[in-house]
Design a protein around this ligand. Structure first.
Ligand code: G6P
Ligand code: MG
Length: 219
């Protein structure tokens, strides 16, 4: 393949907000008396807020009214926002700034592809908005991963064809979304979980331009 753009998921790839999502959902599930483990949480990664709530209610065998759903989602988001308003640039995951800077020097475009409606606040708090040429997030995308819409939107914003994009993802649903868009994907995390990705690295600190060029040749 030929790589013209790299699209990055936000939560769990660029910043470690996955832990805050977990804590906020855990607080809600504790209040509702629904057992909720780290393993259950894997299913929520990359999944939109309302779809995540649906999974949680299903785990607990609960059915509630739409009004209650909105109340629960709002509670969770308020707790989550409480964490992220206190974020600092220290919480940018290791290797991110170095790799993104290297890509841009090499004329490879960069974008965010995230389901999160809180993307603007996170980028602002961590001061890394200027590292991205485009932002596709929960505010300009409707369909949740594994639907490819978020990555297709990012590619359009960058004016790059889908087939020239590589997606960096920590979520199973996100890797699937990249594949559904006809893009190549590099998993961030464990091979056991992200086995569908074309390659898996533990974090962006393990990435550099040279590795990306090797990936380009091999795929
Ligand atoms: C990301 C996270 C999910 C989260 C979703 C929506 O994809 O991985 O855990 O549910 O964004 O985030 P939001 O900030 O809009 O609730
Ligand atoms: Mg993620």
């Amino acid at each position: 393949m030929h790589i013209k753009a790299c699209i990055f998921d936000l939560d769990g790839v660029i910043v470690d907000t996955a832990k805050y999502h977990f804590l906020a959902w855990k607080r809600l599930t504790d209040e509702l008396g629904i057992p909720f483990t780290h393993e259950d949480n894997e299913r929520l990664k990359g999944v939109s807020r309302m779809a995540s709530l649906d999974i949680i209610l299903e785990l607990g065998g609960r059915s509630v009214t739409d009004k209650q759903k909105i109340e629960y989602a709002t509670l969770k988001n308020d707790w989550y926002v409480d964490y992220i308003t206190r974020m600092t640039p220290d919480e940018i995951l290791p290797g991110t700034v170095k790799f993104l800077t290297e890509l841009r020097k090499a004329n490879i475009k960069t974008a965010i592809g995230s389901a999160s409606k809180n993307t603007p606040m996170i980028l602002e708090r961590t001061g890394i908005k200027n590292l991205f040429d485009g932002i596709a997030d929960g505010n300009n995308v409707k369909n949740a991963k594994p639907d490819p819409e978020v990555f297709q939107t990012a590619a359009k914003l960058l004016n790059v064809k889908d087939e020239y994009c590589v997606v960096f993802e920590d979520a199973v649903a996100g890797v699937q979304a990249a594949l559904n868009a006809g893009m190549k994907s590099i998993g961030i995390g464990s091979e056991k979980i992200l086995w569908k990705a074309h390659m898996v690295v533990p974090g962006l600190s393990e990435m550099n331009l040279e590795k990306l060029k090797l990936f380009e040749k091999a795929n």
